[in-house]
Design a protein around this ligand. Structure first.
Ligand SMILES: *Cc1c(COP(=O)(O)O)cnc(C)c1O
Length: 409
């Protein structure tokens, strides 16, 4: 666990009281960032307060001058949120973290804090539809230009990254088609033109992919997905160097207010304790589901990174610890046949969420990616018979049974 630099929690302990070896992720997931209040509470305390008080006017002044560390206001920082940030940073192997109210708040703040009018963004074309709207509509309306590239093609990246670029955004695996982008290759090309590489690591989760180790600069999450993973709260997180969080993210977030609530941080701290177990189980079940679907009659496509038939299989095996919890697949037939199949499922729920303990199925063309034009949907491979299945924690045999009966096989 990282030694805390704040004046509470672990920094009150002597070095001799702290483990002097590298702890495993499982251990960091339950103990990282823990800062007990002095009452000796076992579980993390919920500091459900908006403001903080000072012993003296002098202390307030020095806190505002950043001379002493003291929480000022929960829009900037909060003890429960800080525990979540420190724990997730320890799991990710990042120097620092800032927690946000949702994944989109994390995406927007992580990129917007780096760009000004006239700057250029390069992004992989296949991405979560709200990220697509931020890059292709919202930021351009403020004078930030963009170019989208076919994420799997090195030559397309090389061409796009021959121009001065402020930020590169990649989502890998992509939502919903599970395409794989080579994080190390893109980071190398991006750094040559001085760009900051931001990775949407939602689909892989902190358990299965470490973009910072592969050369990326910034990672963001929708904590709503695998981090909570139990369908309860929204949340997000931005991770990167101390310098980036301190000089870019914090000033931006402090004044624009995308902060995470203490209550959500408290829920998410507990979720982190079981995240590794949950994600490993979801990944192993997703592989079983993908292998099963690939052998079924009536299925025209299965896209899962750890299936040998996947275009990015070798790369996925190198860069990920598991193939993810999401399987994209299509039935033979039109939209009506697809809806009929979805409606026949008895265990798997129809929902636009993912990374949940309950298995969820989505029809991207009519829901999550509906806002994209038919042409853009086509370039992303989103057809009317495509579905995205987020594999949960049910027994995998019950999921296979459910899929089989809905296919009528
Ligand atoms: C869900 C999701 C987001 C946005 O997260 P919210 O918590 O819903 O705001 C961003 N990127 C990907 C890949 C996602 O799946």
């Amino acid at each position: 666990m990282t030694k805390r630099t704040r004046p509470w929690g672990y920094s009150d302990l002597t070095d001799a009281q702290l483990p002097d070896w590298n702890l495993h992720t499982d251990t960091v997931s339950v103990r990282g960032g823990l800062a007990r209040s002095g009452f000796g509470e076992g579980a993390e305390a919920l500091y459900l307060n908006s403001g903080f008080t000072y012993d003296s006017a002098e202390q307030a002044e020095s806190a505002f001058k950043d001379e002493t560390e003291h929480h000022l206001y929960s829009r900037f920082s909060n003890p429960t949120v800080a525990m979540f940030e420190d724990r997730l940073a320890a799991i990710e192997g990042a120097e620092a973290c800032f927690a946000t109210s949702s994944g989109m708040a994390a995406m927007f703040a992580s990129v917007a804090c780096l760009v000004k009018q006239g700057d250029h963004i390069v992004a992989s074309a296949s991405m979560f539809s709200s990220c697509y709207v931020v890059i292709t509509e919202i930021l351009p309306s403020w004078g930030v230009t963009f170019e989208l590239v076919e994420g799997t093609e090195e030559k397309d990246w090389a061409a796009a990254l021959s121009k001065p670029t402020a930020v590169v955004v990649i989502e890998t695996p992509s939502n919903p088609l599970m395409e794989i982008v080579d994080i190390a290759m893109v980071s190398r090309l991006a750094h040559k033109v001085g760009a900051t590489v931001v990775v949407d690591n939602v689909m892989a989760s902190p358990v299965m992919q470490k973009p910072l180790e592969l050369g990326a600069d910034v990672v963001f999450y929708s904590a709503t997905k695998h981090i909570d993973g139990q369908g309860r709260v929204l949340g997000g997180a931005i991770l990167g160097s101390r310098e980036y969080i301190k000089t870019k993210v914090l000033p931006f977030a402090r004044h624009t207010g995308p902060s995470m609530s203490a209550f959500n941080a408290w829920v998410l701290l507990k979720s982190l304790e079981t995240m590794t177990m949950r994600v490993e189980r979801m990944n192993s079940s997703a592989l079983k589901v993908a292998e099963f679907l690939a052998q079924q009659d009536g299925i025209s496509l299965v896209s899962y990174p750890f299936l040998k038939s996947h275009k990015g299989y070798d790369l996925a095996k190198r860069q990920m610890g598991g193939g993810g919890s999401t399987v994209a697949f299509a039935v033979d037939g039109d939209k009506a046949a697809t809806f009929k199949f979805m409606n026949a499922l008895k265990v798997i729920d129809i929902s636009n969420n993912l990374g949940d303990s309950k298995s969820l199925i989505t029809h991207p063309a009519s829901t999550t990616h509906r806002r994209l034009s038919p042409e853009v949907q086509a370039t992303m491979g989103i057809t009317e018979n495509l579905m995205r299945l987020s594999v949960g924690l049910e027994h995998p045999d019950d999921l296979l049974h459910d899929l089989k009966q809905a296919l009528g096989n």
